[in-house]
Design a protein around this ligand. Structure first.
Ligand code: KG4
Ligand code: ZN
Length: 338
């Protein structure tokens, strides 16, 4: 216990951030250390799984120690160890999981396995003291695009997801086509501010009537075809216009489906989560649309949108409170369903 509160040491290593945090009673973050490998993976234009695992291995013990130091805590103060066990890159997940299990075994403290997406959604509880389920959640990251009905801290129902690329993946791929670099999301976010979102008409893919699923691979090809045809015709490409038009087409669909689902299912709160929820245009459009329908909108600050361990500590607290703990047989599940 720290300050009379339940203290969780949380570890996250599902992709390219090695992260550890100390979180009290699920909502008070004492430390949130994130060691990003972005600079390394930039060289390859995307995350290289084998390289990610190696760097997690190099970093993990330092990151955990730093999280304890910054929280002015020792292992004795910690009540439970939490860790992401899926979904994610299997080699990357295994490093965090092996570390968490080793700490749990050596100290005899409970181990709590957390679903990465549950973590992203829970990031919202950290900064919004009044937020409680039920609500509608939009999860948009490099690996996921889901509309999720959250009915309790540990209960949710996936209403829709992507049938091909995730939203963040589409941003990253389009950024590559436009020669912007990696990761593409924040770069498109920035450059699109100088572009005209109506400059190029990219198809909005809504799929079947009432479907809450997404498909973003067509628009990615649409951008590629547009760029190639312009080049062949000898026209110069206005990168800001293409970025803004791509973004508008993707976000029109995401916002319409999310707010539509919240209205239809009579929710009064909408929560955004995942790396793409840091996007300024998405936030602006969601604010406008939610206000129009009398919905309260929540999103984490950018540092809690992308991968971090504080969100894992938060989700773990509510699992622990409902009596859910794991034993040392807990394994990494790369395709763990929600
Ligand atoms: O949640 P996250 O850190 O990792 C996964 O769980 O996937 O999300 C990373 C994704 C990347 O695709 C990145 O390009 C995207 O989030 N992203 C953004 C922005 N910041 C990060 N996409 C659009 N606009 C942003 N500002
Ligand atoms: Zn993530």
């Amino acid at each position: 216990m720290i300050q009379g509160k339940f203290a969780i040491l949380a570890i996250e290593s599902s992709c390219d951030e090695t992260a550890a945090a100390v979180v009290l009673d699920g909502r008070q973050v004492l430390s949130n250390i994130i060691s990003s490998q972005i600079e390394i993976h930039k060289l390859y234009g995307g995350v290289v799984p084998e390289i990610a695992s190696r760097h997690h291995l190099d970093n993990i013990n330092h990151v955990v120690q730093q999280a304890l130091d910054e929280a002015k805590a020792s292992m004795d103060d910690i009540d439970a160890i939490a860790v992401t066990y899926g979904p994610g890159l299997v080699g990357a997940l295994l490093i965090g999981l092996a570390t968490a299990k080793a700490y749990a075994l050596a100290t005899g403290k409970p181990l709590i396995g957390v679903h990465h997406i549950q973590g992203h959604i829970s990031a919202n509880y950290i900064e919004h003291a009044e937020l409680e389920p039920p609500f509608m959640a939009l999860v948009v990251s490099g690996g996921h695009t889901n509309i999720v009905e959250v009915t309790g801290y540990n209960q949710c129902h996936v209403l829709g997801g992507t049938r091909d690329d995730a939203a963040g993946e589409a941003y990253d791929k389009v950024a590559r086509v436009l020669g912007l670099g990696y990761p593409g999301g924040p770069l498109i976010d920035k450059i699109a501010k100088d572009g005209d979102p109506q400059a190029v008409e990219f198809k909005r893919v809504f799929l079947e009537k009432d479907s809450l699923d997404f498909s973003f691979s067509g628009i990615k090809t649409g951008v590629l075809n547009y760029v190639n045809s312009q080049k062949q015709a000898g026209h110069e490409i206005n990168t800001a216009d293409v970025a803004a038009s791509f973004q508008q087409a993707v976000l029109d669909v995401i916002v319409a489906k999310t707010v539509g689902a919240a209205v239809k299912m009579k929710k009064d709160k909408v929560v955004m989560a995942g790396g793409v929820s840091a996007n300024s245009k998405l936030r602006e459009m969601m604010e406008t649309e939610c206000r129009k329908h009398g919905l309260k909108l929540y999103h984490p600050s950018p540092i809690l949108c992308t991968d971090n361990a504080a969100m894992i500590g938060c989700a773990a607290y509510y699992k622990y409170m409902s009596g859910e703990v794991n034993d040392l047989t807990l394994d990494a599940i790369p395709n763990l369903p929600l």
